[in-house]
Design a protein around this ligand. Structure first.
Ligand SMILES: [Zn+2]
Ligand SMILES: [Zn+2]
Length: 450
């Protein structure tokens, strides 16, 4: 789809030029999708470009990359991070596009291929336009889809070692039409905590239940109690959305209808924007499991194997995003009041530690609900909208213009006045010293000769 005419004046022609190359690269990424910590193809493509551009970078979390780009002026202490995720999903693609996935059972069904291409477009532009004051870190993060890539990068020192003072990111958003954006001033996406309840009873013949301990009725009762917890929490916090979903239950064998199983496993997920509510709910889940175990005199335990922080925007950084997007899509296309999503995003690990802003950029075809661009994320028929690339890249560039303007009167050609005075003074003293040494040497030489 060609970029709408009305947007063209807002996007730097050079960015439009780079977009053509990066769209091809996006299709390459799409053809070879890779899941958590196996993003070797994407890693190789990105580092090839970085080597060609002679840029400094560090490899983190196995396949992740952090690129450092210094501005012409370095009087500011600001280090702005800009992040794209890299991983694909275990989904069998059903789109008929020339760049259809060639890795069976894997697909870029969340558009992270597009996120990488967008960040690379911004990088390709900014490396040649360093009229900013400070340092930018371009972060390519692996394993966003529930495998803790952000946490791993943080553990390896991403934020501390690179002294990142603020962070920006985006997700393409198929529930928003292309040309629109949603920017939140607080919660953007929920925290996600998965839980596994294991109930260990004793298996026996279905005709002799007194010989064993059937875990299935225990699981039924516990399931009802957990659902009631959700309703109670949602009611207590009417301002805050709370979700507790039971998602799977495994026990016994449907082909063996006369056998009472030994164990039952139940899994589910808890979603909320509020860390306090989350902690309280997890405590209540543990208490419910303990109390049911003692009431039925059975072994039962709960584990929380995976937990992410909610993605919360700092109001100040959201305002920077708004200013940056005003220059791309226009104020009238910024949704400032969109309801946050109950899905989780790894970016929350960053927004938990540094002021950050994470925005949604419309991906859907406004005129065609059947288009791949309009299909939900993680759907086998979903397709990333390539027009998001120049929009997102210009957004990142505008963030830098807003966050890191150069000092007024600062001239890239000449050093600042004070510095040049110091340099001239040192030069003068050195030349005086040289003259003094020369004179002294000649004099002693002449005296010796005499
Ligand atoms: Zn996803
Ligand atoms: Zn995603």
């Amino acid at each position: 789809m060609p970029l709408p005419e009305n947007l063209i004046p807002n996007i730097d022609p050079e960015i439009l030029g780079i977009t053509r190359k990066m769209t091809k690269l996006r299709h390459d990424f799409h053809q070879y999708p890779e899941t958590a910590y196996e993003e070797d193809y994407a890693h190789g493509k990105i580092t090839d470009l970085l080597n060609e551009w002679d840029l400094e970078y560090e490899v983190m979390a196995g396949t992740g990359i952090v690129v450092t780009l210094e501005g012409l002026e370095k009087t500011s202490k600001k280090v702005i991070g800009m992040r794209a995720d890299m991983d694909a999903l275990r989904v069998q693609e059903q789109c008929d596009v020339p760049w259809k996935s060639r890795n069976d059972g894997k697909m870029h069904a969340c558009g992270h291929d597009g996120h990488m291409a967008t960040l690379l477009t911004a990088l390709a532009y900014l490396k040649d336009h360093r009229e900013f004051n400070g340092i930018i870190k371009f972060i390519f993060q692996p394993a966003e889809e529930g495998s803790g890539g952000a946490k791993k990068m943080i553990e390896e020192g991403l934020l501390k070692k690179h002294k990142i003072s603020a962070l920006y990111g985006f997700h393409n958003w198929p529930s928003l039409p292309f040309g629109k954006t949603a920017i939140h001033t607080g919660p953007v996406m929920a925290s996600n905590t998965n839980f596994i309840v294991t109930i260990n009873g004793k298996g026996c013949h279905g005709a002799q239940p007194e010989e064993g301990h059937n875990p299935i009725p225990v699981a039924f009762e516990l399931g009802q109690q957990l659902c009631a917890l959700r309703d109670k929490s949602a009611h207590e916090n009417s301002e805050e959305k709370v979700i507790l979903s039971l998602c799977s239950i495994e026990s016994g064998n449907s082909a063996a209808m006369n056998i009472i199983p030994g164990d039952t496993k139940m899994t589910g997920t808890v979603r909320t924007y509020n860390l306090g509510i989350k902690e309280h709910l997890l405590e209540q889940i543990s208490e419910a499991v303990e109390s049911i175990a003692s009431r039925f005199d059975i072994n039962a335990k709960v584990d929380f194997p995976h937990s992410t922080s909610p993605t919360i925007n700092s109001p100040e950084k959201a305002e920077v995003s708004r200013e940056a997007m005003r220059g791309v899509l226009g104020e009238e296309n910024i949704d400032w009041d969109a309801a946050p999503a109950m899905t989780a995003e790894d970016f929350g690990e960053f927004s938990n530690l540094v002021p950050a802003s994470y925005i949604w950029i419309g991906n859907a075809d406004p005129e065609d609900g059947e288009s791949p661009h309009s299909q939900p994320l993680h759907n086998p028929k979903y397709g990333f909208n390539d027009d998001v690339i120049p929009v997102g890249a210009q957004y990142f560039v505008n963030i830098i213009k807003t966050e890191m303007p150069m000092t007024e009167g600062w001239d890239a050609e000449k050093p600042p006045k004070r510095l040049s005075r110091i340099i001239n003074y040192i030069r003068l003293r050195i030349s005086q010293l040289v003259i003094w040494i020369k004179t002294k040497f000649r004099f002693s030489f002449w005296k010796k000769k005499k």
